[in-house]
Design a protein around this ligand. Sequence first.
Ligand SMILES: C[S@@+](CC[C@H](N)C(=O)[O-])C[C@H]1O[C@@H](n2cnc3c(N)ncnc32)[C@H](O)[C@@H]1O
Length: 258
Amino acid sequence: METEKVSIEPESIKKVVKEKYGAIARGEVKGCCSTSNAASDTLYNVGTVARGYKQSELAEIPSGANLGLGCGDPTADADIQPGHTVLDLGSGAGIDCFLAARRVGAQGRVIGVDMTDAMLEKARANAREGGFSNVEFRKGEIEKLPVESATIDRIISNCVINLAPDKRPVFAEAYRVLKPGGVLSISDIVSFGSVPQSVRRDAELWAGCIAGTMDKADYLALIRETGFKQVTVRKEVVYDAARGPDYGFASVTVWATK
Ligand SMILES: C[S@@+](CC[C@H](N)C(=O)[O-])C[C@H]1O[C@@H](n2cnc3c(N)ncnc32)[C@H](O)[C@@H]1O
């Protein structure tokens, strides 16, 4: 089957992304990385590696929170302390929110923001099932966060920012809501080399966390330009299976402070 091609307008990207992750939340599609298009399978497979969660951590959260949609373990690098307020950008079914909730304890709290209704419903059901009273899920877009300025100690995000049509407002909003001295710890997919337009303009590959990736150097430069300091790549896994002749993709976990 031919992969759907759409004009890559911000609103059509958002629509495709919402449809895809709504279908995943409702169990109609298994994972972000399955496709009926054999030609895209190699690229889709990148989303299934480089996650790095400890089994002991996963045993402490509702199993329905783990939909296999992440590309790293950003909570592990976020230096989350008891009492902290943590914000998860694009929280999905809540996996990283629940891992963070264990770390912040009863005195702390975790806010997950997601734009997809079915994901929010699933995450809230997982919170009830696991008895997580220190976690709340808010509907919103990461480009315009429903969060007060300078109220957050730690921001985490897992395989979401690449899905945003424009990354600049995402980092600007993250900077706005973070307290001075707060930490940003994000896992995401980035690209390098000359990614072909046929990949860049493939809507299904956008929703599959590939087409919307930024060049790694530009991505890090944008985070610095936003005002973040000590911008460091803590982990990086290059996806050998998805390399083209002169381009490729990698999962990175980036750490920065305000
Ligand atoms: C690949 S999934 C990752 C979910 C979760 N972070 C995890 O690791 O399981 C991407 C999630 O981000 C959400 N999302 C994508 N773009 C968004 C945006 N611009 N604003 C808010 N949520 C967004 C989707 O609805 C989806 O739940």
